[in-house]
Design a protein around this ligand. Sequence first.
Ligand code: C2O
Ligand code: CU
Length: 491
Amino acid sequence: MITRRAVLLAGASAGVLALSPSASLGRASRSVDTLPADAPVRRLALSAREVDLPILGADKAVTKRFCAYDGMPFMTLRAPQGTRLMVDFKNDLPDPTTVHWHGIRVPNDSDGVAPITQKIIPPGGSFAYNVPLPDPGFYFFHPHCDETGQVGRGLVGLLLVDEPPERQVPFDLEHIIAVKDWRLGEDGQWLEMFTTEGASTAGTFGTVRAVNGLPTPPRRSAPANSDVRLRVIVADSTRVIDFGCDTDEAAVIAVDGQAIAPFTFDKVPHGIWRMGPAMRLDVHVRMPEAGKEVKVYDYRSAEPYLLTTLVATESGKARTDFVPKALPIATEVPMPDLDHAERLDFLVQTAAGATAIAAPLPADDPLSKALIDSMCVGSATFWAINRNSWGAGPDLRLPPPLSTLKDGQSYILSITNATKQPHPMHLHGHVFRVLSSSKKKTMPPYVADTVMTEPNETVEIAFKATSGNWVFHCHILEHMDSGLMGWFMVV
Ligand code: C2O
Ligand code: CU
């Protein structure tokens, strides 16, 4: 079946173009590079492939067809700010894929979104990504093609971008917490990732909770009274967590990799920071006295779910008052001019009655299957933004842009969630300011690339538009694969 799909894809690309009203893509936008041409270059080869892996432990069944970059779960890249990664990517999966560099201000043609910034990379194919790293922070990369299936089976890489040494803030320990469940049957093999029931509601959850891939939460030791930097990411397709810890000496120091004025957890409602899929958080934790522990939880679960235990060991460090460490604010990020910003309103809604089906094909038509692959989406439409759904199922048109924006112009997006589910909304190619929420009145100011919208909440974000075709979507992957994605054409 896989081979047949691959063959069809090769044959069907002309059909894709004929069916999508995407001729307008031709007049799109220049690709802006966010680093000077002489920036230091690091060349690297990256592949996506399937491996058989005992994910749940050496004594458990081997899971077949785990998807991983370079064959490693949570493969992690690390590079200095100002570096340009030239990534020679090879698709060794038996399915098409692309790579999206989440949160990184890449040139549009390296953004990895089929079909609007590149063609899908067929099995055996390759693609050269130009990934400048203009801003320090915690990012990640993942496919933008059958995301529900490929990310669900593990295809996520982490990317840490470090400030130059003279701007680095020292910590005694850095600990990554990657929250991602596995959706496995009793036999240790993958269950279906996209379900109609899940896609049309909160998403389909995994069956095994895990941190950093493992079902047992990590225990890390750090010297008593020392300073730990937690780097937290929700890499799950579905799960929303309420991040918090059982100590008063913990402060948020960055959101989505972007430094903010630190605040301790008592400054936010309920002492937690809600994180949907794709969101990151950097937290400064002061270790207690020797022998004591700090426990980090997801308090959203019925029983708080332990994410990590930090154990304080003996050390020569004397106890001092806890003062959260402020990271240097990245001045490179273009900030919107709120006095001259244009306002745009977006309604996140269910798709009932919202889509116009342009050229439906029977779902079992081979061309229809190939088209689904080339749009890299799911098999049904449940969601829309302003009555527009990204193509899915038999409705395989590329929708018109949500809006055509001007390069360099500032915009305020008001996003209203008119559904019963939370939607973490992500904008490609930009870092935005989160201005306000109709529900969280005491929110500290921050910048981000993904913002949570709760049912009946209106959130305002602002950004300065950069040339390119950029998608805007929910990061609950079944939602984006069933219509909850649109795009901006910035010219
Ligand atoms: Cu991580 Cu289109 O997103
Ligand atoms: Cu959603």
